[in-house]
Design a protein around this ligand. Structure first.
Ligand code: GLC
Length: 688
């Protein structure tokens, strides 16, 4: 059951697709207070055993209790644990305690502060700064039921084409066709699978959207055609800002259509991003979305089938006004002898003018006859950029799925594209953060998502990348991406090629399962990644487990995420089959080895419910199969196009059952007739 309560005069966000009437009664369960600044404050006492799930893209745990979060789409380079916000705002929170199961969704595109047992451990205090919002209460029998009802409220998750589940290699710094070709060849010659290569801002002329360098990428269509002969896709980046430059077509046409966000005085708001001074399309306007979407056309016509939309919080390095103010402050410091205070003030000054609240409060959007100051609708910006692209793709290819993922997002954007989790670091703690974030993103509808595997900033190491990939092979978006200036991070750079190849080949072996589970989750409004509590709600230990995840119907994952670890402790809520894929050399030393049809060795060991320590060497990947479940596996190939999905072999854990069944999904992987019943096949396994 979902009930809606309205406070103030909420702005239309398009996040919710169900047309519910607001209740007349006052909001139950919560104490409501009204701040003098117009804010609305909801508070709720927390049970000592209460666990809080949700909030999508955020730091810290699967259980969100004990921190102060903010919904405020932020361009942040350091995802450290004190961060209140990251790039997306996903305002769903689920209260789960022995006497309460309640979903709370706030449809409010401005800033929200979530004090979740931070100031007082036994109280949640949630503040909408604007005070204009719709509050939805979701009450169902189970956690899964709440997640499903929320998806029904906000719409079906985006479905990417099947090739987008292949491995994608990326780096800020691939500067020419030749460099991309080399990256591809290095994968191919070692039989490391690969389906796509991202082009970062280096392919553009002076980082200007919708341009490509005539010398380095002379003929994008020819290059994409060449790559497609090998089933490879190029995935270019598009940023939100349009460079202010007369004679540059996107600026000229944007100007002619009056498409940019305006300051109070009616002039275009300008701030610097990668290309320098930029204007910002007013994506909240339908005509602007159409204009911007049309700008993708030459790239689509060059055969491009995938894009990533970036810097759409929107990120701003500095505005004209911010820079002027900073200059004055610098001059003031230097107008006298510099002192300690002045020295430290200067240090923080340039950072403080990036993404500044003053700038976000200085320009406006006009949509549906409304004039809204940017900070009141801030979290809708990236969402509407995604929508602009998705609508343009649908107009050009009504029946085809394209790859699209964004950095910034809001609930609703999950209908149009996926997200990646932004500029993490090559830190072990960020591998763990990736693990913890996946179920929260799934609850909020962002099924197609993933982190920069290996870490974006800072230098990675071979062991970190390998362990990260061992988890990354399960994330729908599987992309190794790193920042310019960091250590080169492609998997073939680190020796031990056999381990990297086996890990990536395992992704392709698992593709039938991953794709089936993804499609079922999307089409049936389920979560692909789930906290253990979703499947074992009565198990009081399971609900506290932060580093293991349920993955689809058959698997539980318990990744190794610590450096130098040779294994880990794991909790099994029920009997499970421990499956570990090992090297041929290791197989010679093992007594109970089994082999897949192509001779790939693995160990399959039933384990009773309870606590265990499992050995998992650096070059091994493991998973757990649930009782009575099947895991279909394919023969690996260099690309998804070359996989044979028709006749998977299975690893089964009968656990006393005579016959096991698995609902397997195959379609052509690109058209939109995904709901056809004929795409579902039943795989049956009979115990001999
Ligand atoms: C941003 C993106 C990152 C990209 C870089 C350059 O930091 O998050 O992925 O590589 O910009 O475009």
């Amino acid at each position: 059951m979902i009930r809606k309560y309205t406070f103030g005069a909420p702005l239309p966000t398009d996040a919710v697709i169900q047309n519910l009437l607001a209740e007349k009664d006052s909001l139950p369960y919560f104490t409501v207070r009204y701040g003098e600044d117009g804010s609305v404050i909801l508070s709720l006492p927390l049970h000592p055993e209460e666990v809080l799930f949700g909030l999508g893209q955020a730091v810290r745990g699967i259980d969100k209790r004990g921190h102060r979060y903010e919904s405020w789409n932020s361009d942040v380079f350091n995802h450290t644990e004190e961060r209140p916000s990251l790039y997306g705002s996903h305002n769903l929170l689920v209260f789960f305690s022995p006497d309460r199961l309640l979903g709370l969704y706030l449809d409010d595109p401005g800033k929200i502060i979530w004090d979740l047992g931070w100031e007082k451990h036994d109280e949640a205090v949630i503040t909408s700064l604007s005070g204009n919002l719709d509050v939805y209460l979701i009450e169902e029998e189970s956690l899964t039921g709440i997640a499903r009802a929320f998806r029904q409220l906000t719409g079906r998750s985006y479905l990417p084409p099947r090739w987008a589940f292949g491995y994608i290699q990326s780096r800020w710094g691939y500067a020419s066709e030749e460099e991309v070709r080399t990256v591809v060849n290095e994968h191919r010659k070692r039989h490391i699978p690969l389906d796509g290569v991202c082009l970062d801002i280096d392919y553009m002329v002076d980082f200007k959207n919708f341009t490509w360098k005539p010398d380095a990428f002379p003929d994008l269509k020819r290059f994409q055609d060449e790559m497609k002969e090998d089933h490879l896709r190029l995935v270019p980046i598009i940023d939100a800002g349009i460079k202010v430059e007369e004679g540059y077509a996107p600026y000229d046409t944007g100007k002619a259509g009056d498409c940019f966000c305006k300051k109070e005085d009616g002039s275009d708001f300008v701030a610097a991003v990668w290309p320098g001074r930029c204007c910002f399309p007013d994506f909240l306007r339908e005509d602007v979305r159409r204009w911007f979407g049309d700008l993708y056309r030459p790239l689509l016509e060059a055969g491009i089938e995938g894009f990533w939309n970036d810097m759409n919080e929107p990120a701003m390095f500095y505005s004209d006004e911010g820079l002027e103010k900073a200059k004055q402050q610098i001059q003031a410091v230097f107008s006298k002898e510099i002192d300690i205070e002045g020295f430290f003030a200067l240090g923080g000054l340039m950072n403080s003018i990036s993404n500044s609240p003053a700038d976000y409060a200085s320009f406006y959007h006009e949509f549906d006859g409304i004039r809204a100051r940017h900070d009141t609708v801030h979290n809708l910006f990236g969402y509407n950029m995604t929508k602009a692209a998705a609508e343009a793709f649908a107009a050009k290819y009504p029946d085809r799925r394209l790859l699209l993922y964004s950095r910034a997002s809001y609930i609703g954007a999950h209908r149009y594209g996926g997200i990646w989790t932004g500029d993490n670091m090559s830190w072990w703690s960020h591998l763990l953060l990736n693990i913890k974030m996946m179920p929260s993103l799934n609850m909020c509808g962002f099924l197609y998502s993933g982190a920069d595997l290996g870490g974006f900033g800072a230098d990675t190491s071979g062991d970190l990348l390998l362990r990260w990939l061992q988890f990354g092979i399960f994330t729908p978006l599987m992309r190794d991406h790193s920042a310019i200036g960091t250590l080169l991070q492609e998997p073939y750079r680190f020796g031990n090629i056999d381990a990297f190849r086996r890990t990536l080949q395992l992704r392709y072996r698992l593709m039938g399962y991953i794709y089936s589970e993804f499609m079922k989750a999307a089409l049936e409004d389920e979560c692909l990644f789930r906290p253990l509590a979703f499947d074992y709600p009565e198990d009081t230990f399971a609900k506290r487990v932060e580093d293991q995840l349920m993955f689809g119907e058959s698997l539980m994952l318990a990744p190794v995420y610590e450096q130098n670890a040779r294994g880990r402790y794991v909790y099994l809520p029920e009997d499970m089959l421990f499956v570990k894929f090992i090297s041929l050399e290791e197989a010679e030393n093992e007594r109970f080895v089994e082999y897949l049809e192509d001779g790939t060795p693995y160990i399959a060991k039933p384990m009773p419910a309870g606590h265990h320590y499992i050995d998992v060497a650096l070059d091994e990947t493991h998973l757990f199969v649930r009782p009575g479940k099947l895991l279909p596996l394919l023969r690996p190939a260099n690309t998804t196009a070359e996989l044979d999905f028709t006749a998977p072999e299975v690893i089964a854990y009968p656990h006393g059952q005579k016959e096991l069944a698995y609902r397997y999904y195959t379609d052509d992987g690109v058209t939109k007739d995904y709901t056809e019943a004929s795409h579902f096949k039943n795989i049956v396994f009979t115990v001999k």
